[in-house]
Ligand binder design. Sequence first.
Ligand code: AMP
Length: 554
Amino acid sequence: MITFSELGLDERLVQATNALGYVNPTPIQEQAIPVLLSGTKDLVGLAQTGTGKTAAFGLPLLHLVDESQKHPQALVVCPTRELCMQIVSEIELFKKFIPGMHVVAVYGGTSISMQIKDLRRGVQIVVATPGRLIDLIERKAIHLEKIKYVVLDEADEMLNMGFKEDIEFILQNTPEREATWLFSATMPPEIKKVSKKYMTAPFEITVGKVNTGNKNIDHQYYVTQSHQRYEALKRLIDFNPGIYGLIFTRTKIDAQTIAEKLTREGYDIDALHGDLTQQQRDKVMHAFRDKTLQLLIATDVAARGIDVKDITHVINYELPDDTEVYTHRSGRTGRAGSTGICMSIVHSKEIFRLRSIEKLIQSPFNKMELPSGKDVCRKQFYFFMEKLLQADISHGDYETYLPMLQEKFADITKEEVLTRVAAMEFDRFLKYYENAGDLNIREQKRDRKAFGDSPEFGNSRGRERDSRTTQFSDGDTVRLFVNLGTKDGFYKASFLQFILDMSDLKKEVLGRIDMKEMNSWVEIDKKAAKQMISAIDGKNFKGRRIRMNDANSR
Ligand code: AMP
């Protein structure tokens, strides 16, 4: 694997990448950096956020720009204020060892006079949103005459947001422009037109397939009634206690009302939408980045350009109207080599839309079941136990209080203390989920046609799930095998309770239960067998995968 020192970059930049802990260049960096350093004028990079494209253009810019000349030489234009700030903060890190180099961010929604002052300090690199840049040009606060390098980042987003004329204006007003580098996740005809008009034989780089979703992302969908979306969302959040998630809605009113509702119910969430002032937006983003906010709910427009590390889940409260937007949404997780989950809550009438998204992302969707109330409680309970065991007690002066604690709890058993602690933590869940219903719309043949049969995705996980149809033997009952037994701490009654809880079935469906150390056999009404298998098979028990199937088919 190639290293940064082999790309031909200034030693000070290599030093900066080392300081950042970057070991190897990402594919787009490996391809773009040597080409841009070799004097290639124009470049089109088809890459999404998360591929490392900021460094792919940022490092060459810092290499090529002359820090002894105190006027703007490079201009990066991007769609949003957030992206603008992000690019600047990355460039700041890259230029750490080049003291004379200055970079400034100019964007709307904040005091222009401060930005004018910043520009007067003598900067070499300007990162701007189109509207504010034009404002500054018109006020003659920025001069583009000596700009040699123009980078258009997230060009497709800029065109989507109606900045086409602004971009053309900027390109027309950079007379000394030697090089134009355009980055875009997609390649709609308008981008092709811009590149044809303003670029000369651009060098093209495609990272992955155009429009291709990130392969580190598990794309899941959950089918429920439209009016149960909110409940379904809550269940998904509750079933993933360690979630650090970004939720997308189509409208700002949804984002706002859902955030308010969930906040009232004790969730750690805030909303990002177009009605917020810049100050409010900054506050929300700051809290989310700091992880003091566990969940952020946003509209597509408000979330443009947000790059937050380590997002574990993206949840689509509804599918986006525009299929391509799905790629932008899901791309917020599974970044820089990590894995992520993108969950979509869909109504059965929307399932056909998943098909076109699958084609676009070149990846199958996995149909998942919305967890039952009991599943959620169990999951929360395990999470809590883990938290309790991991609690750091090394710092506090707990020894001082120990005698007091011992005295206070002298007449209470350990079990009781634990139960009380658990009750404090989970009362909310237990009460809420006590009588919670099933939110799934049960599988229909139609869904299967739309997905499982899709030959291009071969032996996908979604397919495995669908193909798990058991051939039951004749008679009213069927015997199921399960790889759990007395060694797992079960006795007959607790095992019976466990399988009934997991599958949400009634005791009446069960017949004889035979338990051995390692395995058990369960006799069950033929009609209920499928439900029990799909609820239990593949689930985890104490870190082990449970296997349950028709004993006769083995
Ligand atoms: P970008 O596509 O520019 O938004 O970058 C996505 C994330 O990947 C950023 O948080 C970068 O800090 C990180 N990153 C970029 N290049 C590398 C690299 N070569 N090694 C590790 N992380 C990187």
